[in-house]
Design a protein around this ligand. Structure first.
Ligand code: GDP
Length: 179
């Protein structure tokens, strides 16, 4: 089954987003290998795809380099998982791109792992400010990327962006099945 990974800095709102996306869904939390600490959690959604909850990265006190803050098997997951369709990189809409986020997107690009951006906590800004922040984000990313990755504006507390993300996943699932 196709898998979609969700990842971001700690406190970005990942758990809240996952709760929003999975509410009222047919959901089964599947256990990983017995005896292993559950760093990577798989949720089976609607019997046809897995939401993969990856641990947060970018704790301020550790090294700048994303490779050092990552557990080895997270990179192994990202690089070796054939079922992984797309990674969703979560960023707080209020913040400018942080080096650790940019490094991580760079890493995904180098490994050829498709990703989309999910802006979180959109309820914290007025619509105009959201536009400005997204525009700033685009300008910075376009210094290294040819085009802006797919992105979604979400708020878990106001239930914003849920259908857009789920529809996008559904559309990718269709192509995954056809492959
Ligand atoms: P995680 O560490 O990335 O899993 O983040 P959490 O989902 O635990 O959220 C971190 C903090 O941000 C919590 O205090 C949440 O209540 C808050 N938060 C998460 N999503 C939203 C949102 O959409 N809007 C607002 N205003 N706060 C949010």
């Amino acid at each position: 089954l196709p898998e979609y990974a969700f990842i971001g800095r700690s406190n970005v709102g990942k758990s809240s987003l996952i709760n929003m996306l999975t509410s009222r869904k047919s959901l089964a939390k599947t256990s990983g290998r017995p005896g292993k600490t559950q760093l990577i959690n798989h949720f089976l959604i609607n019997h046809d795809w897995f939401l993969v909850d990856l641990p947060g990265y970018g704790y301020a006190k550790v090294s700048k380099s994303i490779k050092k803050v990552f557990q080895k098997f997270i990179t192994q997951y990202l690089e070796q998982r054939e079922q992984l369709v797309t990674a969703f990189v979560l960023v707080d809409i209020r913040h400018k791109p942080q080096p650790v986020d940019q490094d991580f997107m760079q890493y995904l690009g180098e490994k050829g792992i498709p990703f989309s951006i999910i802006f979180t906590k959109a309820d914290k800004l007025k619509p105009k400010a959201i536009d400005n922040h997204v525009e700033d984000y685009k300008n910075i990313l376009l210094e290294t990327w040819e085009e802006m990755p797919n992105y979604f504006i979400t708020s878990s507390s106001k239930d914003i962006g849920k259908e857009e993300v789920l529809q996008y996943i559904d559309s990718l699932n269709q192509s995954f099945i056809l492959d």
